[in-house]
Design a protein around this ligand. Structure first.
Ligand SMILES: Cc1ncc(COP(=O)(O)O)c(C=O)c1O
Length: 408
């Protein structure tokens, strides 16, 4: 299948061998079985658009259109991907003696998570290539994103999630019209079903990093941060890391921005936040390894977004940590549950567990000294807190009777 002529995309490149692949053709992994990365003519791009042009455009992710792979004649499959705000967390700042902690709240996006950025671009491209059926294995949020954007595009979608995916997300996926299945197992078991069905079902496999365009959509997180910080980046970025696409994507676009001279000053240190109950990237980083050689055996974490025992892009994520002088850090589930409840009640900011994991990681690393009091830090809240279970609330009052206000 071929797509209309590309805009600034020159080619795609195997992230392992550097082999080139033509743009304008539907791709999965490279011949070496590695993710493909999209490359642009950055010189031409820089001549075509300025920061001032971008600033004058509507406040959504399509203001960065030149950095995305859609050619001008492709209409984006869009549900209104608004720019997301940077929210202060004053009680956290006070506890840590810091003055500059901002949380990028991705819960404001369609389907309530950052996944819509990648899905909007990937589904737009798939539609342009004439894809009629897509399948995905997912911890949940990516499936919700795919289901929504596929319905919007008139594409059939099949979504496979681990059996214990939160009910609200599992229902959301089906409610958006996907053929949704809970699988007794982890996301790797879901991925095996997608890979195994490719021939018989004829679906396009949208597994994390198995196609090249979700990364491109997620670059818009890095572009927004750069613009929101007036093109001087923060010192450190914490991201809750499962497959690691977002770290890869943000680093990719920071490099692209550096190459065209849009960024003043150094690039941030990138921090991968995982769990003590599933932390293959942190373990590999601490061992000084270049890739994840051993899958995490005993997955116990309840933080769904980071439950990826064998990330396909492990090497690329580790490259980002080493190149950026960042690190990986693993948090405890109970500390995350406590932090989420505390921040929700004390600050009115309802984070998802993955976002709260970043707060716990920052608290740990401030104590360890890896983060300094005057560091300018961005944490990611990757989804709306409303998508994850909350403690039940069962207090009742009878109506029509005198109320004993002293017990309220
Ligand atoms: C809420 C949430 N946060 C973080 C992640 C991890 O993102 P990535 O796979 O890009 O590392 C996920 C992935 O499912 C998620 O749903």
């Amino acid at each position: 299948m071929t797509a209309p002529t590309t805009s600034f995309v020159t080619h795609l490149e195997c992230s392992e061998t550097g082999e080139h692949y033509p743009a304008g053709v539907l791709h999965g992994l490279s011949r070496a079985g590695a993710p493909l990365l999209v490359r642009y003519d950055l010189g031409a791009l820089a001549k075509a658009v300025t920061k001032v042009d971008v600033a004058a455009r509507p406040p959504d992710m399509w203001r960065y259109r030149e950095f995305l792979p859609l050619s001008p004649d492709i209409e984006p499959v869009s549900l209104g991907e608004t720019m997301t705000p940077l929210v202060r967390v004053p009680t956290v700042e006070k506890r840590l003696g810091m003055e500059d902690i901002l949380v990028k709240d991705e819960g404001r996006l369609p389907t309530g998570s950052f996944k819509s950025r990648g899905m909007s671009v990937a589904v737009s491209m798939a539609k342009a290539f004439g894809v009629k059926r897509i399948a995905i294995p997912t911890a949940g949020n990516a499936g919700a994103g795919l289901a929504a954007y596929a319905s919007r595009a008139g594409i059939e979608s099949f979504v496979f999630t681990p059996a214990d995916t939160p009910d609200v997300t599992a229902s959301e996926i089906a409610f958006h019209g996907a053929k949704a299945w809970r699988v007794d197992g982890l996301v790797g078991d879901c991925a095996a079903i997608v890979a195994g069905g490719a021939e018989e079902m004829g679906w396009f496999d949208l597994t994390t990093l198995k196609e090249p365009y979700r990364v491109e959509g997620k670059k818009t997180m890095g572009l927004e941060i750069a613009e929101q910080f007036s093109w001087r980046l923060p010192d450190v970025i914490f991201f809750p890391t499962g497959g690691g696409v977002c770290l890869i994507a943000m680093w990719k676009v920071f490099r692209e921005l550096e190459e065209i001279g849009w960024i003043d000053g150094p690039l941030p240190r990138m921090v991968a936040v995982q769990s003590t109950g599933c932390g293959p990237i942190v373990r590999a980083f601490e061992a000084g390894e270049r890739e994840v050689t051993e899958p995490w055996e005993n997955v116990t974490t309840r933080i769904h977004g980071v439950r990826v025992p064998d990330p396909i892009g492990g090497r690329l994520v580790l490259d980002v940590l080493y190149e950026s002088n960042g690190f990986g850090t693993a948090v405890d589930d109970d500390a995350v549950t406590e932090a989420r409840a505390r921040i929700c009640a004390e600050e009115g900011f309802h984070m998802c567990p993955e976002g709260a994991a970043c707060v716990v990681a920052l608290e740990m690393e401030r104590a360890s000294g890896r983060i300094k009091a005057d560091d300018r830090v961005v944490l990611f809240n990757t989804a709306s807190g409303l998508k994850s279970p909350m403690p039940p609330m069962n207090r009742r009052l009878p109506s029509g009777r005198a109320v004993d206000y002293s017990v309220l």
